[in-house]
Design a protein around this ligand. Sequence first.
Ligand code: R5P
Length: 304
Amino acid sequence: MIIGGSASQDLASHVAKELGEKVSYVETRNFPDGERYLRIGGAIEDEVTVIQSTGYPQDENLMELLFMISTLKDLGAKRVRVVVPYMGYARQEKRFNDGESVSAKIICNLIESAGADEFLTFNIHEECVLDFFNIPARNLSAMPAIAEYMNKKYFRKTDEKPLIIAPDKGAYGFAQEISEIIGCDCTYLTKVRLGPDKVETRIVDVRCDSESENTVNIDSVKGMHAVIIDDIIATGGTIVNAINILKQYGASAVDVCCVHPILTNNGATRIYEAGAGKIIGTNSLSSDTSRVSLAKSIADALRE
Ligand code: R5P
């Protein structure tokens, strides 16, 4: 039995299709005072999978998720597997300043105490967040789905190989995963975060970095089709800086990929204005750029 919350209904339907199952109906609406109403249609099976991202509006989607899990358990479900393709609040995994809420921990506790028996998500910002769970929790990678999409759409029929660029060192693992699948080179830039919506990107001669013997020098960007990969695009500041640098170093074209296209504060417009050809995101969040479906990856993980 597959149930999609209102943030992930399309994705849930496609997962159900992959698994040859029906997706169950959930009715949601707001009461006049803004409180959420939720009703699950049909008979409840022993094993249920709930799919719901908790992006914007985060609080509403989160409440819906908690309502679904708890109601399913109340109504007799024996095992509830919870798939949160994009997990909101995951970026505050510790107390950076005195007195702050460790929101990621609170969210994990809430999901577990609502009755979740297993938790799955994609490319969570900090993997250590999953340690807040006492139930099995898995961090799936969207990179195979993104690489397959890129290969099929852009590179399979040509000899052209892109150069995969991580906009900061934290994203370098993603670039490596994709470049291995496509069979091309990758490298990374260095980012300094000056504030929540202000980042500065610098060039490092990555060949001088002993940890990164397989990366290519930034000068190799000249004449290349560069594809930037990151987990999240929020304001787009990180990506705009990366595009500017890649253009400055002579990239012939720059496309942008991410797992979670939050794209707030006109992020997409700013990225296109900076010169990106395409923005390719997954459907962990619904947006104009959500071109890569995670349905098969979720179905495969649920079969394991
Ligand atoms: C942070 O390290 C993440 O991987 C992303 O690079 C970041 O969340 C992107 O934020 P923004 O689009 O606001 O620069």
